[in-house]
Design a protein around this ligand. Structure first.
Ligand code: FAD
Length: 415
């Protein structure tokens, strides 16, 4: 079949990978040059341990407290935008303990499908510095520790049995020679990480070598339908006919979905990262600093990435360097010997997470269009769930039974 994939981030490229493997004729359309979307500068975590969605009761309370703090890690830019208001309404409605409990198993399952897919890519020789080294979630407060101990129990009850609590001494043994202000940490041995820039570069190379066509700087702008099928895809270069279309345009998918008659609330959640090549912290494990909401990733022997902040904002708002300072301040609070001055704006990377209104991705076929598959809205988990999402997309296109139940991710769930 002739298939168009809209979007050349990790979700679009992973979909193209499995579709090409099944013998389809695949073209990827991207509005940009595909060299710096959200899939590049992220923390590179590939983690089944992230079974808690963004929409939780705690984040709403915390977000309200932080609204006037320029360095806070979570921020919703208030503005009169109907899409934001709708998204906020659904987000608050979803942020319940029941939703968190219901989402855990589907998020675990898709992450496990995805991690297995990355392992296969790694074993097939694709180089993206995949390392199965676990992940530490480091806490500083008594409340953080209490929550961490509950999370350990929850992880074990979900079958992630190699999860354990490390007290301060055990944590120091894992990271010898590093002074830390911490009460302890959760060690998720099930988690892995990679160098996302390398993954994106080599995946694109592999797809090109296998004959996937790329139409860079050719944005999808709408569709022409005939009954319950998309007859033509309209892009900036003209009208194109495809048998099937995959919508994977990341944080830009909401607007496009509207042109296709879908109601799929998505907001851009901007985050920042700084990649230091002189390695100011010799960490062995990737680490999340829980109260600081910062992610640290040792990308290779010399390179460390610091990332964080969730700014629900518009794509047009200029970057705010105060947030980057907030990330570095949080690192210093955990590692008192850490020294790094604020880099220039050009040295800071930022990207827009595609944040669905309930923190779960949209994956599936909408009811009213027979030849459209949606794969977007992965929020903070797009890299982790990328390869697995691609596999599921190929199963949907092939109209086969999927590796897991996709009902919780249905794109029509907010209709
Ligand atoms: C600081 C930070 C750290 C993160 N850390 C992690 C992590 O450790 N693990 C993890 O799993 N996730 C992480 N994430 C989230 C992850 O990066 C995203 O979820 C993921 O990259 C989204 O991938 P995507 O393919 O959906 O979107 P993108 O990578 O944004 O790709 C979308 C593509 O669609 C294109 N496009 C847009 N509009 C159109 C159009 N009209 N027509 C054609 N193309 C279009 C864009 O140009 C873009 O190339 C992090 C994010 C940030 C910001």
């Amino acid at each position: 079949m002739k298939i168009a994939v809209i979007g050349g981030g990790i979700i679009g490229l992973s979909s193209a990978y499995y579709l090409q493997q099944e013998g389809h004729d695949v073209t990827v359309f991207d509005a940009g040059d595909g060299l710096d979307n959200c899939s590049f500068g992220n923390a590179g975590y590939i983690c089944p341990s992230h079974f808690i969605p963004l929409a939780t009761p705690g984040i709403v309370k915390q977000g309200l407290k932080w609204i006037w703090n320029a360095r806070s890690p979570f921020y919703v830019e208030p503005r009169l935008d109907w899409d934001l208001i709708k998204w906020g309404w659904y987000f608050m409605r979803s942020a319940t303990s029941r939703h968190v409990a219901r989402s855990a198993a589907p998020l675990r399952d898709i992450a496990l499908v995805s991690q297995q897919a990355y392992i296969e890519w790694h074993e097939s020789g694709m180089d993206f510095l995949y390392l199965h080294n676990g992940l530490l979630e480091i806490v500083q407060t008594d409340q953080g520790k209490k929550h961490a101990l509950e999370t350990v129990d929850r992880a074990i009850s979900l079958g992630l049995i190699d999860t354990e609590w490390l007290d301060k001494d055990q944590l120091n043994e894992r990271e010898p020679g590093i002074r830390m202000n911490a009460k302890g940490a959760i060690l998720f041995a099930c988690d892995a990480h990679c160098y996302p820039n390398l993954l994106m570069h080599n995946l694109r190379l592999e797809l090109t070598n296998k004959g996937v066509q790329f139409n860079w700087k050719d944005a999808a702008i709408g569709v022409e339908c005939a009954g319950d099928r998309i007859d033509k895809l309209r892009t900036t270069s003209g009208l194109h006919a495809y048998d099937e279309i995959v919508l994977a345009a990341g944080s830009w998918s909401g607007g496009l979905a509207k042109t296709m008659g879908l109601s799929m609330p998505i907001m851009p959640g901007r985050g920042y990262s700084v990649t230091a090549s002189h390695n100011p912290l010799q960490l062995k494990h990737p680490a999340i600093l829980v109260e600081g909401r910062v992610a640290l990733t040792p990308l290779n022997d010399h390179t460390m990435r610091f990332g964080g902040t969730m700014e629900i904002t518009s794509h047009k708002t200029p970057p705010r360097m105060s947030r980057v300072q907030g990330v570095l301040d949080a690192v210093k609070r955990f590692y008192p010997d850490f020294e790094m001055s604020l880099p220039s704006c050009e040295q800071v990377w930022y990207g827009y997470r595609p944040c669905s209104a309930d923190g779960l991705p949209y994956i599936g076929r909408p009811h009213h269009l027979q030849n459209l598959v949606v794969a977007t809205g992965h929020s903070m988990l797009g890299l982790s769930l990328g390869a697995g999402t691609g596999k599921l997309v190929a199963q949907l296109i092939g109209r086969r039974k999927t590796d897991m139940d996709l009902q919780p991710f249905h794109p029509d769930r907010f209709r």
